[in-house]
Design a protein around this ligand. Structure first.
Ligand SMILES: CC(C)(COP(=O)(O)OP(=O)(O)OC[C@H]1O[C@@H](n2cnc3c(N)ncnc32)[C@H](O)[C@@H]1OP(=O)(O)O)[C@@H](O)C(=O)NCCC(=O)NCCS
Length: 138
């Protein structure tokens, strides 16, 4: 897998996120202000974009939030998500950070637990979808 890092939302990440979060999962407000200040990661398999995520530094309390994590539907269950999160954690560590937060869709909690994250706090609804905060020390 080849990873590329961008300081602006690249077309590859935009297309993957529309396919997964808008078309597949039905979210309406996929793109937001945080995309402008985020670091975007895209994973390429033989030149084809197959997964993406973004790293956002929260403007209020400086927490690092990893988000918009998705893998092409036909390639799920092959450890691509797990490996991309490992790659992202290494980059975040290089930024001098020691903790990562994720606002997880509740259905994905088990995936993040496999990646070493622990849930905390109450269930919350974002765009009608149940979410829970998770975090991991690095
Ligand atoms: C969630 C997602 C990113 C996982 O990526 P993936 O490449 O399919 O996951 P992996 O193959 O790396 O899975 C790693 C482990 O997590 C498990 N896992 C994956 N998705 C899971 C889920 N939704 N719930 C529980 N466990 C899950 C896998 O079984 C695997 O376990 P194993 O090591 O025991 O075999 C992917 O399913 C996806 O893009 N989903 C749609 C978008 C989405 O919901 N994103 C999350 C937004 S918060």
């Amino acid at each position: 897998m080849e990873y590329k890092i961008y300081n602006q939302l690249p077309e590859e990440a935009k297309a993957l996120r529309i396919t997964v979060f808008v078309d597949e999962q039905g979210f309406q407000e996929e793109f937001d202000e945080a995309d402008n200040g985020a670091v975007h990661i895209v994973a390429f398999d033989n030149g084809k974009p197959v997964a993406t995520c973004r790293i956002v530094k929260d403007g209020i309390d400086n927490r690092i939030i990893l988000g918009r994590i998705c893998v092409s539907k036909e390639l799920r269950g092959k450890s691509i998500g797990f490996e991309m999160l490992g790659y992202a954690a290494e980059r975040i560590k290089e930024m001098g950070e020691n903790e990562i937060y994720i606002h997880s869709q509740y259905q994905a909690k088990g995936f993040y637990e496999k990646c070493g994250y622990t849930a905390f706090g109450e269930l919350e609804y974002e765009q009608d979808c149940p979410h829970i905060w998770m975090k991991k020390s690095i």
